[in-house]
Design a protein around this ligand. Structure first.
Ligand SMILES: [Zn+2]
Length: 95
């Protein structure tokens, strides 16, 4: 999973990963701290799809054979974002 530069609002851990989206498209995050009471939270920050760590994760998933829609769902970004990122990376991928 991609570790992104987000702090858990509950325990302050930076071991936070993207965890899909709300039905309204808001990004969800999951805290990886096993002692955290909260685990899933939202953040008002809409540009996470373009963080370098997320881009790298998109590329790695594509290289490992994940489809565009799978990658988008797992990382909580739009398929368009995945396609655009992969084209910029000029890596071969299957979708
Ligand atoms: Zn936490």
């Amino acid at each position: 999973m991609a570790v992104v530069a987000v702090q858990c609002p509950d325990c302050g851990s930076r071991e936070v990963v993207q965890y899909g989206q709300q039905p309204n498209g808001e990004q969800r995050y999951r805290c990886n701290n096993p002692h955290c009471q909260r685990r899933i939270f939202l953040l008002r920050y809409h540009d996470m799809g373009w963080e370098p760590a997320v881009k790298q994760q998109m590329v790695e998933m594509a290289v490992n054979g994940s489809g565009i829609r799978d990658t988008a769902r797992v990382l909580g970004v739009s398929p368009t974002t995945v396609i655009t990122t992969l084209k910029k990376k000029r890596r071969r991928f299957t979708g």
